[in-house]
Design a protein around this ligand. Structure first.
Ligand code: NAD
Length: 245
């Protein structure tokens, strides 16, 4: 098995890379080449097979080059399409550039990655894809309009891909995590704002705590495995019971 993980240099992607490395070669693709390399080194140090690739998923040509390189090492039969960003801005203050970056990173970026991987997967008639959406795809959240719209696009993209490639033996699902304790939660926040966000999330999640990256990785591991052979086109929520959908 060979799994390509975008955004694998940090948080949920990193946890998934470390977990899957027990049964798969891992190719880590991340905008941060240094973080991708650090995770690849960690996997190799524990006896696994891993390579790191620095790539911005917004760059379609670069994505195709990385996918071709990784696929030449060993055919990619699993994709965790996960790279993402988060910015909180009130609707009145969202600029065109910010809107485009949010929608492009998630919808356009994940589309480019899926398209490049599917080109090789389809003739082989075998593969599984998991894309990272969010519970915000199915709930409205003040200050997060662009993120909500971007993550809903991922959910729609997942459903379309899952039907287009079902006859090719390829399953496509999405995950919709609730608040997970990763660096994204602290991004663009002061220390006080971060503590406030953690407290708010602990109140809003019925389980009363943030999720751990490995609790999401476990779901991705399952969805990419044969144990999930009859699950296709779904949005699965590791979210402590926040959204019941
Ligand atoms: N942490 C949460 O609470 C939460 C909840 C729901 C969904 N998500 C989603 O989970 C995914 C992973 O986020 P995380 O929480 O692990 O955050 P993170 O910041 O730890 O990891 C995100 C990774 O994506 C990479 N990345 C960002 N933009 C990129 C680009 N253009 N090209 C390539 N790589 C890029 C970053 O370098 C980083 O390594 C994201 O899609 C995020 O939206 C996170």
């Amino acid at each position: 098995m060979h799994t390509l993980i975008t955004g694998g240099g940090s948080g949920i992607g990193r946890a998934t890379a470390l977990r899957l490395a027990k049964r798969s070669r891992i190719s880590i693709a991340d905008k941060s080449g240094a973080n991708a390399q650090a995770v690849a080194n960690e996997i190799r140090a524990s006896g696994g097979k891993a390579d790191a690739y620095e790539v911005d998923v917004l760059d379609g040509a670069a994505v195709r080059t990385v996918v071709a390189k990784a696929d030449a090492v060993e055919p990619i039969d699993a994709l965790f399409n996960n790279a993402g960003i988060s910015v909180r801005t009130e609707i009145a203050d969202i600029s065109g550039a910010e809107w485009d970056l949010m929608l492009d990173t998630h919808a356009r970026g994940m589309f480019f990655v899926a398209q490049a991987v599917l080109r090789n997967m389809v003739p082989r008639k075998k593969g599984a894809i998991v894309q990272t959406s969010s519970d915000f795809a199915v709930m409205g959240v003040p200050g997060m309009a662009a993120y909500c719209a971007a993550k809903c696009a991922i959910y729609s993209l997942t459903k379309a891909l899952s039907l287009e490639f079902v006859q090719d033996g390829i399953r496509v699902n999405a995950i919709g995590p609730g608040p997970i304790d990763t660096p994204i939660l602290a991004s663009n926040r002061t220390e006080a704002e971060y503590r406030d966000a953690v407290a708010r999330n602990e109140t809003r999640v019925p389980m009363g705590r943030l999720g751990k990256p490995d609790e999401v990785a476990a779901v991705v591991d399952f969805l990419l495995s044969e144990r999930a052979s009859y699950i296709n086109g779904q949005l699965i929520h590791p979210n402590g019971g926040t959204v019941m959908w």
